[in-house]
Design a protein around this ligand. Structure first.
Ligand SMILES: Nc1ncnc2c1ncn2[C@@H]1O[C@H](COP(=O)(O)OP(=O)(O)OP(=O)(O)O)[C@@H](O)[C@H]1O
Ligand SMILES: [Mg+2]
Length: 887
């Protein structure tokens, strides 16, 4: 029979799966010889059994009784003993900390008799005893009996009003005694039953309540958001009570072994005299800084400092702790490795290396790409006196300043004149895209973190505050009204902070991120944070196996990517090169009626393309440049069908012949679902000369580079291939052109159609490299189009827990990942030296980078700003044994 209960001397910190974080660490502290009140832990296994079977596993009650007897023996009194009661707390504690998500009940063991005994043992301190008793009924009523806490709080407030008491400290023993009576009445009214006076029964019910709390709606929701598996269950800790509410020489507090905000070493914490634990956490009363404890109780303070040092050296990391002082005696009630800000994470990791507590390998695994990304956003200068007018949701980080505008058109208009603008809308829709691109930031009054504005802004890396519900936005009158009657008209300057959700009136000065300045090569290595980032990046680079390339379409992006550490370009999209004033040439190509007209159009495009490539080859000289031949459907280069139809219809007989032909053509090329239509390699095969023109431009640019003494390493990538035959046809033509011009280039393909992944063995016959286009591969594997689903029902899917995170943000290992693995294996079987990379946005997502490492790819490619993140995560993937832990 498995063991369901562990005494604190039996466990240790490695048993978190079984004992939960709190129980494992209480055991660890006990074994370190720290002053922990005795107690025991009921395992998560017992909880899992209870939740599936609906009853305690057999033997559990006996084990609990046995451990309770041991505890009573150690304390020299029994649970609820009427003349000298042992009291206990019953505390939840899962493997991962779920702050405030589950339940804890203090002072179990009190009833009408033992409350007298408690008072006597506390030297006649009636007030303390009755206060403890009313706390028990209150907490027990709320968490075990499911009574709305407001009933108790109202009763407490009423009593305070009657006695003219300002705070709890003004209430007397008699007042608390009255309150106990009132609270018992509430229990009777709300549940139809008496408050249970049998101590052992109180304990049993509290344990059950903790088990049940695992499935409380808020716990379920929290787990989904944090991606904590739903079937872990929680442990239950039974701990002998110690009392911080015995008078002014008692108290309770929380502390960190160093500042979780900055990483600075020192004394950080809060202390509250004459209080029980939950008073600090609930923030009911004002706490004092921990330093003041030194003045109040030097001995306890010194002991606490020693313990904190011991804990930090033992855990080799920042710890947070909960403690209580009972009449000058210090007790440790909890510790765990503490959460911290991004800047603190980097500083602490390197400080611990300097202290000799961890090595650099471990230091790299202690920071994350997400934290690095947070350090790369520009920030508002803290020393500002601008007026905060409201707060919304922090949807997409960054700091943006500009003139408020209320329509997409106006945003584009002003931006074209070089004005910085913030687009303010009630909510955005796909028609606002132009305005969002033109604006420095986006502010909406409706919608959450998965609203259109939020999703699109994050995708573009644009600052966004959404759901600022206090704002009344009037698009018609071009103004919004904020609380307090502040009115912002079109043209007024506002500042929005996408990291905090704050909205300010006027211009708040923006400071660039020192970390970005470092990556740009202008970093200040005297800055502790910059130095920490530098050291960890150097070590991550030395450790990683994956190369990191950039998605870049022009020389400027390529140059920045290179400064940020890119080792080549993994995706150069050529369609952007067909927009702007070149659109006309593309239109001519599409409208061409014969070979002659088509060739004329192509020959005008070719020199332009050649110049594009030449610049990029120069910026990436000596490094591989993967160029994807044109991919999107042609109608994207033509006028909008509806607009053009209206134009021709309105003009009637006066419509020009050109417009009429254009309309016919647009109608012909219109597609119901353009994502799956005539695009990619299909286009290359159907429009003669188009791919050939691009290959020729690439080859000539590469040759010119070589003639100028440079080193261009072109890799020509064919998009949307589903069958090897498609690739072979394009490849044959391309090889001919390369040979004619006398240039070497690799020829490969994107793997983005599921069929390509499944027939990778065949496709590798004709491809020298694969690049996984995981955006399209995700769309086609799941069968949904990103533009349609993200804004319409993804938030529901996330709420329903169908996925914890959008598969467009983080690669879906089980489905899309499986296709990738198949393609890797079969591709390499055919061609052992096949180069493998990924060029979807996933290439810059931490989880996905770890997947790429595990799947054995050669490189990841991502947008220039994500390159440091990918470098760091690639290092972490190589340094963590299973490569998968990004927590
Ligand atoms: N035996 C005890 N004696 C005195 N105080 C206790 C005892 N057990 C718990 N407390 C205090 O009661 C408060 C609530 O307990 P607990 O730590 O279980 O939950 P929490 O802090 O609200 O949540 P978390 O699970 O995140 O730690 C804490 O301040 C804790 O220090
Ligand atoms: Mg706690």
């Amino acid at each position: 029979m498995p063991k369901f209960v562990y005494g604190f001397t039996e466990g240790n910190r490695d048993l978190k799966d079984l004992l939960g974080g709190k129980g494992a660490n209480l055991a660890e502290m006990t074994n370190l010889g720290l002053p922990v009140p005795p107690g025991f832990t009921i395992t998560t296994e017992a909880c899992r059994h209870y939740l599936t079977a609906g009853a305690f596993p057999s033997g559990l009650e006996d084990e609990i009784d046995q451990h309770l007897r041991d505890l009573e023996h150690a304390m020299g009194r029994s649970l609820g003993q009427s003349d000298d009661p042992l009291l206990v707390s019953v505390r939840s504690g899962a493997k991962f900390s779920m702050p405030g998500m589950m339940e804890t009940v203090l002072n179990i063991g009190l009833n009408d008799e033992s409350v007298q005994g408690l008072a006597k043992q506390a030297g006649g301190n009636d007030r303390f005893a009755w206060d403890s008793y009313r706390r028990l009924i209150q907490m027990f009523g709320k968490t075990v009996l499911g009574i709305d806490g407001e009933h108790f709080e109202e009763a407490l407030d009423e009593l305070k009003a009657e006695c003219g008491a300002k705070g709890d400290l003004d209430l007397t023993a008699a007042d608390f005694r009255t309150l106990v009576g009132t609270f018992k009445d509430i229990v009777r009214e709300q549940t139809g039953q008496e408050f249970p006076s049998d101590p052992r029964e109180q304990m049993r019910l509290a344990v059950l309540a903790v088990f049940h709390s695992w499935n409380a709606p808020r716990a379920v929701l929290y787990r989904r958001q944090e991606r904590i598996p739903a079937d872990l269950g929680t442990a239950v800790n039974i701990v002998a009570m110690v009392f911080g509410n015995l008078g002014m020489e008692s108290g309770t507090g929380v502390a960190f072994t160093r500042d979780p905000g900055s990483g600075q070493q020192g004394v950080y914490g809060d202390y509250l005299q004459n209080a029980q634990g939950e008073d600090v956490v609930a923030g009911i009363r004002n706490t004092m800084p921990l330093q003041e404890l030194e003045r109040i109780d030097k001995a306890s303070y010194d002991e606490l400092m020693q313990i904190m040092e011991k804990l930090e050296n033992h855990y080799r990391d920042l710890c947070d702790i909960e403690f209580t002082i009972e009449r000058g005696k210090l007790w440790m009630l909890q510790t765990r490795v503490g959460k911290r800000t991004a800047a603190a994470a980097f500083r602490i990791a390197t400080q611990l290396v300097d202290q000799g507590l961890i090595n650099l390998d471990e230091a790299v695994t202690r920071v994350s790409g997400d934290q690095l990304a947070q350090l790369m956003f520009p920030r508002f200068d803290k020393a500002t006196d601008a007026t905060l007018i409201t707060k919304g949701m922090n949807a997409s980080p960054g700091a943006a300043v500009g003139r408020a505008v209320f329509s997409s058109d106006r945003a584009e208009e002003l931006a074209a004149r070089g004005e910085a603008v913030i687009l303010v809308r009630r909510e955005t829709n796909p028609d606002d895209l132009g305005g969002m691109i033109a604006a420095r930031g986006v502010l909406t009054s409706r919608g959450g973190k998965t609203s259109h504005a939020a999703v699109v802004a994050r995708g573009m890396g644009k600052t966004c505050v959404c759901g600022a519900e206090e704002l009344e936005v009037s698009t018609k009158e071009r103004r919004f009204t904020a609380p307090g009657g502040v009115v912002v008209e079109e043209g007024d300057v506002i500042s929005i902070d996408g990291s905090s959700g704050a909205v300010y009136l006027g211009e708040v000065p923006v400071v660039p991120s020192p970390v970005v300045e470092y990556f740009e090569g202008e970093g200040d290595l005297d800055d502790e944070l910059v130095r920490a980032v530098h050291r960890l990046m150097v070590h991550a680079d030395a450790s990683r196996r994956l190369a990191v390339r950039a998605n870049a379409d022009n020389a400027e992006d390529a140059a920045r990517a290179r400064r940020f550490g890119a080792e080549g370009i993994g995706l150069c999209r050529t369609e952007h090169m067909f927009l702007g004033d070149r659109r006309q040439l593309v239109e001519d190509l599409i409208l061409a009626t014969g070979d002659e007209e088509r060739e004329a159009a192509l020959s005008k495009l070719e020199p332009l393309q050649r110049a594009d490539y030449a610049e990029i080859f120069e910026a990436m000289d000596g490094l591989p440049v993967t160029i994807r031949l044109i991919d999107p459907p042609l109608h994207e280069f033509l006028p909008d069908l509806t607009e053009l139809s209206v134009k021709v219809a309105l003009a009637g007989d006066a419509a020009t012949a050109k417009d009429r032909t254009l309309l016919e053509c647009v109608k012909r090329l219109h597609e119901q679902n353009p994502m799956l239509g005539l695009r990619g390699v299909r286009l290359g095969l159907v429009v003669p000369g188009l791919f050939a023109m691009q290959v020729r431009a690439i080859a000539e640019a590469a040759r010119a580079r070589a003639e100028a003494g440079g080193d261009a390493r072109a890799e020509i990538m064919i998009p949307l291939v589903g069958a090897v035959q498609e690739l072979e046809l394009v490849r044959e033509e391309a090889e001919g052109i390369l040979a004619e011009i006398g240039v070497d280039a690799l020829i490969g393909t994107m793997i983005e159609v599921p069929r390509a992944a499944l027939t990778a063995g065949q496709i590798a016959e004709a491809a020298q490299f694969f690049s996984f286009g995981t955006n399209d591969l995700t769309q086609m594997t799941w069968g949904f189009s990103r533009d349609d689903v993200e804004a319409s029902f993804f938030s529901q899917y996330l709420d329903l827990g169908i996925f914890g995170v959008s598969p467009f943000e983080s690669l879906d290992r089980d489905g899309v990942g499986r296709l990738v693995r198949i393609a890797v294996e079969e591709g390499r079987k055919t061609r052992p030296d096949l180069k493998l990379g990924i060029c979807g946005e996933h290439g810059g997502d931490p989880e996905s980078v770890h997947f790429c490492h595990e799947a054995g790819l050669d490189y990841v490619s991502c947008s220039p700003f994500r390159i440091p993140v990918a470098r760091l995560e690639a290092g972490r993937a190589a340094l963590t044994s299973d490569g998968s832990d990004t927590r």
